[in-house]
Ligand binder design. Structure first.
Ligand code: ADE
Length: 250
């Protein structure tokens, strides 16, 4: 899978893409990440990438030409109005909310283009006529789209087939099934007087699975009841939740 990231600060990406899973995926050739400096595509003498807003007011707005030129140059054609283009995603707090479902949707593409906005904003014509999608990573404002782009690359890359050693590794992830994940334990069996739940030491796989499912339900009910409302639940799940409600489990 290929990512093309358009940014005024390519150096921000040096650390996060050079370690751990993303580094391995790049080295294995499973992922290519190309960083494109928007400033390189400015056409004026001073390589200006922003300007004052029409209509006045404070702040600066990113100019459309350097961004558009950069995307056009990297794709080799002007994508505007064409259906056969990879997603061109503008990172903005006004976009649709990034979730595990969106990560899975993006992981199905061969190529993604990510445009990192900066300053007060990006000229509206980039959003309207160049971008095919707008994504926000949460209801807070960051100083630019660079960190959101890193978040998206990380979440998508770990979903690609063969990137994590164990093909089932993402199945139980929090949010993968619409629930938060069950708690994890490793050795020692008793740490500072706190024991690991007995069932996990029992070797009864069916019992362990049942305990994990129930703990995922218990945890999601307490922390994220909004997720429970949308999760796919079995009859046994619903009975367990009803039991927790009856007990007033906190
Ligand atoms: N740019 C600034 N804040 C952002 C956010 N929350 N998500 C995506 N892009 C952003």
């Amino acid at each position: 899978m290929q990512f093309d990231i358009f940014t005024l600060f390519p150096e921000m990406f040096d650390g996060p893409f050079d370690a751990s899973i993303i580094r391995r995926a790049r080295e294995a050739g499973q992922v290519t990440i190309a960083l494109h400096n928007i400033r390189d595509y400015a056409t004026d003498r001073h390589h200006m990438t922003d300007d004052t807003p029409y209509g006045g007011g404070g702040g600066m707005v990113m100019k459309p030409e350097p961004i558009w030129n950069a995307v056009e140059s990297v794709l080799g054609f002007d994508p505007a109005g064409r259906a056969d283009v990879p997603p061109i995603i503008l990172l903005t707090p006004q976009g649709r909310l990034f979730t595990q479902t969106v990560a899975r949707e993006l992981a199905a593409h061969e190529r993604l283009l990510l445009i990192c906005g900066r300053y007060e904003g990006v000229d509206e014509r980039v959003r309207q006529y160049l971008a095919t999608d707008e994504i926000s990573i949460g209801d807070y404002v960051l100083s630019g789209g660079e960190i959101p782009a890193m978040v998206i690359v990380d979440a998508v890359v770990r979903l690609l087939p063969g990137v994590l050693g164990d093909p089932g590794a993402t199945v139980n992830d929090s949010h993968a099934s619409g629930l938060l994940e069950y708690p994890h334990y490793t050795r020692p069996a008793v740490y500072r007087g706190h024991p690991v739940p007995q069932v996990l030491l029992s070797g009864h796989h069916a019992e362990v699975d049942r305990w994990r499912r129930r703990e995922a339900l218990r945890r999601t009910r307490l922390r994220r009841p909004d997720l429970l409302a949308r999760a796919r639940l079995s009859q046994a799940d619903r009975e367990f939740l009803a039991q927790l409600d009856a007990e007033g489990d906190e």
